[in-house]
Ligand binder design. Structure first.
Ligand code: SF4
Length: 370
C-alpha cells in the first residue's frame, strides 16, 4: 500500500453546508480518540508510504500537545517518502501548531479558504475571516512550507461573478502551488438544505453554475494553473499525489472514524460515531464496520468513473495491466458511442472526457455501469 488517509472528526464550529463525518469538538473525548486512532494505525504495522493525508473535520482543531502526540506516533510508525499533507483552517494554523507539523515532516498544507469574501464566509458559518487567510499564508511562507493548496468553493448563496474575480485576483497575488475549487453541493441534513427547502435561501441554477465553472477554469488557466481533474488545478509538478491515488483507483489505507480504505480486492468502511469508534477499538480491537468485496464489474466501473475525472483520462495500458484484458473488451460499444457523440476522446493510449463531456460528467459516467 502506498497511501494512507487519517481522519480527525472534530471542528470548532459546524459549517452550514457540511455533511462530512464531524462533531463539535467541545466536550468530546479527543484524547481517547487519539488513543484509539493510534491503536488502529498500529494495526497496520510499520510501513513506508508515498503519501499520507490527514483530513477532517479539522485536524488543526487539535491542541499543540494532541498534534504532537499523534504525529510523533505516526512518524515513528510510518516513513513518508513523497507527500505528507495536513488540512488546516486559516484561523487555527497558529505558529506553534505549524512548528509541530513542520518538525514532523508535514510538507504540504491544504488550507480551507473557501472564499475571500467576509460576508460569504459568514454565510458558510466559517470561523475564519479574510485577514486570517493572509496571516496563515504568511506563517506558512515564513517557515518555508510553500507547498500549499487553497480550497475554494463557487456557486455560494449570494455569490456574484465579481466574487470569483476577487478570488482569482488573490490567487494571482499569493501564487499557491495548487487549488481545489469545488461547486457547492447542497447535501441533506445541513443548515443550507433546510433553508433552501423552507424558501429562505437559494443558489444559482445550473446555467449560472456552468458559467461560473467556465470562469474558474478559464481564469485559473490564464494564471498558469491548468486543470488536471474536474475540480483541481496546479502548477507543473504540484498535482496532489495523494488524491491521484483515488482517481487512479489504487489501494490506500483509511484510518479514523468514518474513513474508508481500499485493498484492491475490497473496500472497507470504519464506524462513524466517535464514541462507537473508541469503544469498538477498546473492546474488540477493530473499528471496521463493513467490508465490501468488489466484483470484476465493480472494479471496471470504478476504474472508469474515477479515471475519467482526470483530464488525462484512463490509461488503456494500465487497464490491460490491472485487469488482463483490453478496455474495448469491456466497454467497446460504450466508447464508440460516446466518442461519436464527442463526449469522449481517445489520444496517445488514454481515454478522456472532452470539454462537452466534462460539462455533463455524471451523465457520461452512468454509461459505464455494467
Ligand atoms: S470545518 Fe470542514 S469538516 Fe468542519 S464543519 Fe466546516 S466544512 Fe465541515
Amino acid at each position: 500500500m502506498d497511501s494512507m488517509y487519517v481522519h480527525i472528526p472534530f471542528c470548532n464550529r459546524i459549517c452550514t453546508y457540511c455533511d462530512f463525518n464531524k462533531v463539535l469538538i467541545k466536550n468530546q473525548p479527543v484524547d481517547d480518540y487519539i488513543t484509539a486512532l493510534i491503536a488502529e494505525l498500529k494495526s497496520h504495522g510499520r510501513q513506508t508510504l508515498k503519501t499520507i493525508y490527514v483530513g477532517g473535520g479539522t485536524p488543526t482543531a487539535l491542541t499543540v500537545e494532541q498534534l504532537d502526540r499523534l504525529l510523533k506516533f505516526m512518524t515513528d510508525q510510518f516513513t513518508v517518502t513523497d507527500e505528507f499533507t495536513f488540512e488546516a483552517n486559516p484561523d487555527e494554523l497558529t505558529t506553534d501548531k505549524l512548528d509541530v507539523l513542520h518538525n514532523y515532516g508535514v510538507n504540504r498544507v491544504s488550507l480551507g479558504v473557501q472564499t475571500f469574501n467576509n460576508d460569504l464566509l459568514k454565510v458558510l458559518g466559517r470561523t475564519h475571516n479574510f485577514d486570517d487567510i493572509f496571516k496563515s499564508i504568511n506563517h506558512l511562507e515564513k517557515i518555508g512550507l510553500t507547498n500549499y493548496s487553497l480550497d475554494l468553493m463557487y456557486n455560494l448563496p449570494g455569490e456574484t461573478f465579481e466574487d470569483i474575480d476577487m478570488s482569482l485576483k488573490y490567487v494571482s497575488e499569493l501564487q499557491p502551488k495548487h487549488i481545489s475549487w469545488y461547486s457547492l453541493i447542497i447535501e441533506p441534513h445541513t443548515v443550507f438544505y433546510n433553508k433552501i427547502n423552507q424558501g429562505k435561501m437559494s443558489i444559482a441554477g445550473s446555467l449560472e453554475e456552468g458559467e461560473k465553472y467556465d470562469k474558474v477554469i478559464g481564469g485559473l488557466g490564464a494564471l498558469g494553473y491548468p486543470q488536471y481533474e474536474i475540480s483541481n488545478f496546479a502548477v507543473s509538478e504540484y498535482e496532489s499525489m495523494h488524491n491521484k491515488t483515488y482517481w487512479l483507483n489504487e489501494p490506500y489505507i483509511g484510518a479514523g472514524a468514518g474513513s474508508h480504505g481500499y485493498t484492491g480486492k475490497y473496500r472497507y468502511y470504519n464506524i462513524k460515531p466517535v464514541n462507537h469508534y473508541i469503544n469498538n477499538m477498546n473492546e474488540h480491537g477493530t473499528v471496521v464496520k463493513e467490508k465490501l468485496e468488489l466484483t470484476d464489474s465493480d472494479k471496471f466501473e470504478e476504474e472508469m468513473f474515477l479515471g475519467l475525472r482526470l483530464n488525462k483520462g484512463v490509461s488503456e495500458a494500465r487497464f490491460m495491466e490491472k485487469y488482463g484484458l483490453p478496455v474495448d473488451a469491456v466497454y467497446g460499444d460504450v466508447l464508440n458511442r460516446l466518442t461519436e457523440r464527442k463526449l469522449l476522446k481517445r489520444h496517445d493510449g488514454y481515454i478522456a472526457l472532452t470539454e462537452a463531456g466534462r460539462m455533463i460528467g455524471n451523465d457520461v459516467f452512468v454509461e459505464f455501469l455494467l
